[in-house]
Design a protein around this ligand. Structure first.
Ligand code: GLU
Length: 578
């Protein structure tokens, strides 16, 4: 690493899935490193032993990989198909998981204690609670009172010996009494007056470092030059700067990125899923008086008292929210990258949209509009800290969906078919089996035809399943929508029905069963029956084949169904509606 090389880092805590806001932080760090010809690092901050898991770390890495945000330095990730990320990571002492770097933190802690910048503190949690309560009762903000035997800059051997002998303790910082200035690259100068910092904890009673201590050590030891993170961490930064001074470390450049809010100005959080599910359950109960929390719980396969408590707002269980969503057939708001993935968004649309949350290229398109559509290489070539905004960003789901729709529409049919099927095999295996079976060339040919027919209007891969409904059911596995039957078959003295009856033999004798000839046959039929347009027969035919008057173009629809199914469906419709 050269001394001027830019090193950014994304440092998630593996306590759950990757939040979409975290993905935005990672993207900006990645983009800045690429723009500057530097390195982007992934560090796993797993020092909260109770809340961290390897599974979550792996999930976060997979989501980043899926988004195309690849780290130069960080844990090695082997993906299916032989793709490897982090293969050429710098080999650093202790590696990129904080929980495996405890020796390093202990070494630095000892250095701080010896130089009189930190000290073991022995108060138990009860004692601290009592102090806190007394402060609250006296309407004062609680601050840990520095013990009388602590003198800044002087090693307290007595306390160190007690700690070495195994007495339960935490290690606290001797906070300096001086102004701290953070020259933030996004927000400008942020100052903290002398005396604002308290003697915060650096090492917990379980021997693990606190977030503050680990982050400061690692940013130094891993050569991080630029810390770009969300504004919610701004309040932590003066502590980090004070610690860097005490440890004799460099202060990296800081840039705090705008927070991301929902359209209604609420913070985007996992609880949004519970909120949406609760609202849907309440409205289901209101609309249908025969329902109760007990019947709903049975349908959802959940515990009824839990469901009742959920509806009453007493818990925000994500499991119940997910079950309610599935049972009521509603899409819960996506919050984590995994949600967007499961609902059939594509990485290029997400990263493009995320790049605009707090940044823009400041470039006009030839027709004078703001340039909004770009890819990862563009971002890597043009990203700049100067253009990161100071104000909160709003997460506009409609706009993201339209980005995704455009990304899907821009794919070739074969590309879309491949992506759609890969998504389906993971998230909707039954549908995948139904539509593409074993993936044999003959099945893929039909599947690609279907993909091409639904692609243009689909907002997501999940959305593309809707117009494919006709291909997902058996020939007798759907109902004829009464309103559609009335309008398209029975109206006008049953004109639609008699046209359908007349069309059947024309189709039965058609030899070349592929989109062009089928379409031509239907057009010829419309002409021969003096219909003003093809819709006169197309709509009755759609009702027969799909139960409703919507389906992809008929040439494709009939080809995908095959001749036997098409005729069987027409016969069933004639028998049921005739
Ligand atoms: N582990 C911290 C988090 O996930 C990282 C914060 C930072 O970037 O310093 O919030």
């Amino acid at each position: 690493m050269s001394s001027t090389e830019v090193v950014t880092r994304f440092a998630p805590s593996p306590t759950g899935h990757l939040h979409i806001g975290g993905a935005r932080s990672a993207l900006f760090c990645w983009a800045y490193a690429k723009r500057m010809g530097g390195r982007f690092m992934l560090r796993i901050e797993d020092t909260d032993a109770a809340r961290s898991s390897d599974e979550s770390a792996r999930g976060i890495m997979e989501d980043l990989a899926w988004l195309g945000i690849e780290w130069d330095d960080g844990p090695r990730l082997d993906l299916p198909g032989g793709r490897v990320i982090g293969a050429h990571a710098r080999d650093i002492e202790g590696g990129y998981f904080q929980a495996r770097r405890v020796n390093i933190y202990n070494r630095e802690i000892e250095r701080l204690v010896q130089s009189g910048h930190a000290y073991p503190a022995f108060e138990g949690s009860e004692e601290l609670d009592a102090q806190r309560k007394a402060a609250t009762a006296a309407k004062q903000t609680y601050r840990y009172p520095r013990p009388a035997d602590i003198t800044p800059g002087v090693f307290n051997a007595d306390r160190w010996d007690r700690a070495q002998r195994g007495e339960a303790h935490v290690v606290r910082f001797v906070a300096p009494h001086e102004e701290i200035l953070v020259a933030d690259r996004v927000l400008g100068d942020v100052r903290i007056a002398p005396g604002e910092l308290d003697d915060f904890v650096l090492r917990k009673a379980d021997g693990f470092p606190t977030y503050h201590f680990a982050v400061v050590c690692d940013d130094e030891l891993m050569g991080v030059t630029h810390v770009l993170r969300a504004q919610e961490h701004l309040a932590n930064t003066p502590r980090h700067v004070a610690l860097q001074r005490a440890l004799g470390f460099r202060t990296p450049e800081y840039g705090h990125m705008p927070l991301i809010f929902n359209l209604d100005k609420s913070k985007m959080s996992k609880r949004d899923k519970a909120k949406a599910a609760r609202a849907a359950l309440k409205s289901a109960l209101q609309k249908d008086p025969s329902l109760s929390p007990v019947t709903l719980a049975a349908g959802m396969g959940a515990d009824s008292s839990q469901v009742a408590a959920f509806i009453a707002g007493e818990n925000d269980s994500l499991d119940i929210a997910a079950r309610a969503g599935a049972y009521l057939g509603i899409t819960l708001p996506e919050i984590e990258v995994a949600d967007f993935r499961a609902n059939g968004y594509v990485p290029s649309a997400i990263t493009n949209y995320l790049a605009l949350l707090g940044w823009n290229p400041g470039v006009k398109t030839p027709d004078g509009k703001d340039l909004e559509k770009f890819d990862m290489p563009y971002l890597a070539a043009h990203f700049s800290l100067e253009r990161i905004g100071k104000t909160n960003s709003v997460f506009d789901r409609v706009k993201l969906a339209s980005f995704n729709q455009d990304a899907l529409a821009a794919m070739s049919d074969a590309e879309f078919a491949q992506g759609w099927l890969a998504w389906m095999r993971t998230y909707r295996p039954q549908e995948a089996a139904r539509l593409a079976g074993d993936g044999s060339p003959a099945r893929m040919e039909r599947f690609t035809l279907l993909a091409g027919a639904v692609k243009a209007r689909a907002k997501t891969y999940a959305d593309a399943l809707r117009p494919a409904g006709f291909a997902l059911c058996d020939d007798d596995g759907y109902t004829f929508d009464p309103a559609a039957v009335k309008k398209n078959l029975h109206a006008d003295d049953g004109k639609g029905l008699s046209l359908l009856r007349a069309l059947r033999p024309a189709l039965a004798t058609l030899e070349d069963w592929s989109p062009g000839p089928i379409h031509a046959a239907i057009e010829a039929f419309a002409g021969a029956h003096a219909l003003p347009n093809i819709g006169g027969i197309a709509q009755p035919l759609r009702v027969a084949l799909a139960g409703v008057a919507v389906s992809p173009p008929l040439g494709e629809t009939l080809t995908i169904l095959g001749k036997d199914s098409t005729l069987a469906r027409i016969d069933r419709c004639l028998a049921s509606a005739g």
